[in-house]
Design a protein around this ligand. Sequence first.
Ligand code: 5GP
Ligand code: ZN
Length: 137
Amino acid sequence: MKDDCIFCKIATGKIPSATVYEDSHFRVILDINPATKGHCLIIPKEHFDNVYDLDGETAGKLFSLATCIARAMRDALGCEGMNIVQNNGEIAGQTVLHFHLHLIPRYEGDGLQLTWKPNEVGEEELEEIRKAIRKEI
Ligand code: 5GP
Ligand code: ZN
C-alpha cells in the first residue's frame, strides 16, 4: 500500500468505486472516464508501478481473471470486440502509476482509435533487435 496512490486506495476499498468483481488479490472496476461503454480496469491490490515490477504469479492470476471478466463483459454488454490494453510510462499513456489492465469493449461505430501506422524494417535491423532482446531474457 502506497500512501499517495489512488489505485491502492481504490483497490483496497478505502475509496469507493463501481466494483464489478473483487477477490483477495484484485479489484475490477468501471473506469470513471470510459473509452467506450463498460470499460473496465483490473487492479491488483498490491502496489506495482508497472509491468516491469509485476511478479509472474500475480501476472498469471491477473490474465486468468482477465479472460473471465472479458467473457462476462461480452455477454453482459453485447460488445462486438475487445481491446486489452496496459500502459507503462508516461510516453505510453500511463497516467496512474499503479499497474492496471484496461478491458475496452468495442462496438460498431464507437470511433475509438487504438491503431498504429505499420513501419518498414530491414532484415538486418530485425535480426539485431531480435538478438538484443533475446540476450536479456
Ligand atoms: P492509464 O492512463 O494510467 O493507463 O489509465 C488510468 C485510467 O484510470 C484512466 O482510464 C482513467 O479514466 C481511470 N481513472 C483514473 N482515476 C480514476 C478513479 O478515481 N476511478 C476510476 N474508476 N477510474 C479512474
Ligand atoms: Zn498503488
